[in-house]
Design a protein around this ligand. Structure first.
Ligand code: ZN
Length: 464
């Protein structure tokens, strides 16, 4: 059956930009969470901001909903289209247009994969510090739309802290040319922050000016075993005091995470035995190689003397550092080693001094729903962010029961239901547990003002 709107898109946009029917590949309706959905109405792959603008102008006029896609590594179903939606894939807008080392800025199109940006600025002796396990597939546009966090937040902050300027197309096709390169810019409302972390419901990010930093000459990674969570907290305090700005990652793994990853994920080897209660991956970086080594060794010696750590190993090469990081980066592979329908991922923030009690509460209370259920806990302890995988018997209906329980416990502990993965569709019912009714209504006011026909990622985060 002919689709007049698709024909109009074809005649307006550059040839080859519009895919429909059998030409729509599975990757446009499938994401990292692993549950495919039916094909979208069409897929549009623009090469220019002008084409994004033309597409949205047409969709706005015809009130046709659009889902914007990056690398499809999201975990909250935010980029999965429904059958009536047009997918706006940013995959052909993937250029890194400029690396300006004098100013410390790189300019990239939204579809550029994160790892490509990291590697490109490395060629000039710089680093783009945003880093997460899906670096090879995720795109900078997706990172911006979800305000991605990842492994180095403790030192460099979230994505929001690394963005100097954005070019954005709003729902009616208006192009906001905010691609500015300066840190200081107090000229009224800083519009870029409306689009960072708002999951594409207010506009489509097309290009970004990113902060880059001189690459550290030395990066040392240590893996430590600890006897209790209170020692994890004490060790973090000591590491912050002794390493200061040299501390670039502090990642915690409960025993189950470390042990099961070493046992189940192919290609992972554990340099320490698997029986210790807690493990910490610590990264120290800086410009002076000898000093970094000396500071890290002194820290570990002191922590060992105080009984905070029981055992530790320091990387001796880039390869051994990568092998340690591989353990922490294998959370997706570990999750996939269990049946999909019987696993639920949570991503929460809470105060570090409440983390152990929180994890213990979850571990014991999930057993009341299903005696076989167990939790795998790990995360960015330095940022107050835990990831929890709840594994249970293969009964998808149980999902809601577990979600209500875990988010309820998160509320009891005064935590946030989403530290870094966002709300999307999956967490929308629970948004009210972390945000007030007045805050959510203000989000709706912004959405109605910028997207009056509700065409951009409708139903994500909020319903209007
Ligand atoms: Zn994370």
């Amino acid at each position: 059956m002919a689709d007049g709107f698709i024909e109009e898109l074809r005649s307006t946009l550059e040839e080859g930009s519009v895919l429909a029917g059998a030409d729509i590949d599975a990757r446009y309706h499938h994401d990292l969470a692993g549950s495919p959905v039916p094909k979208p109405r069409a897929v549009v792959r623009p090469k220019t901001t002008e084409d994004v603008s033309a597409l949205l102008r047409l969709c706005h006029r015809a009130k046709v909903p659009v889902t914007t896609q990056g690398g499809m590594t999201g975990l909250v179903r935010g980029a999965l289209p429904n059958a009536s939606e047009i997918v706006l894939s940013m995959e052909r807008m993937n250029a890194i247009e400029e690396v300006d080392v004098a100013t410390g800025v790189a300019v990239a199109q939204a579809g550029a994969p994160l790892q490509k940006i990291q590697e490109r600025v490395e060629q000039d002796g710089f680093m783009f510090p945003l880093d997460l396990g899906s670096r090879g597939s995720c795109t900078i546009g997706g990172n911006i739309s979800t305000n991605a966090g990842g492994n180095r937040v403790i030192r460099y902050g979230m994505t929001r802290d690394m963005i100097l300027g954005l070019e954005v197309v709003t729902a009616d096709g208006t192009v906001l040319k905010g691609l500015r390169k300066y840190i200081k810019n107090n000229t009224g409302i800083d519009l870029k922050h409306l689009f960072i972390g708002s999951e594409g419901i207010l506009g489509v990010v097309t290009r970004a000016a990113l902060r880059i930093f001189p690459a550290p000459a030395e990066q040392q990674v240590a893996l430590c075993a600890l006897p209790s969570f209170s020692e994890v907290a004490s060790f973090l305090k000591l590491a912050r005091a002794k390493l200061g700005g040299e501390l670039t990652a502090f990642e915690v793994m409960w025993n189950e995470y470390y042990r099961l990853t070493v046992e189940r994920v192919k290609g992972v080897t554990g340099p320490l035995p698997t029986h210790h209660p807690f493990y910490v991956l610590l990264e120290a970086s800086g410009g002076d190689a000898e000093r970094i080594r000396a500071d890290l060794e002194a820290l570990l010696e002191m922590a060992m003397g105080e009984g905070q750590i029981l055992d530790a190993t320091i990387s001796t090469s880039n390869a051994s550092a990568a092998a340690i990081w591989r353990i922490r980066d294998s959370s997706v592979e570990l999750g996939r080693s269990f049946p999909y329908a019987a696993r639920i991922g949570f991503d929460v923030s809470l105060a570090i001094d409440r983390m152990e009690d929180y994890a213990d509460q979850i571990a014991s209370r999930i057993k009341k729903i299903d005696p076989e259920a167990f939790a795998i806990v790990f995360g960015h302890a330095g940022d107050g962010n835990l990831h929890i995988g709840v594994h249970h018997e293969h009964t998808p209906e149980r999902r809601e029961e577990f979600e209500k329980l875990v988010y309820g416990i998160t509320g009891e502990f005064g935590g946030s239901i989403s530290a870094e993965h966002g709300i999307g569709i999956s967490k929308r019912p629970y948004l009210k547990m972390s945000r007030t009714a007045e805050e959510i209504e203000t989000m709706r006011t912004l959405k109605r003002a910028l997207d009056p026909h509700n065409i951009l990622n409708p139903g994500r985060i909020i319903e209007v």
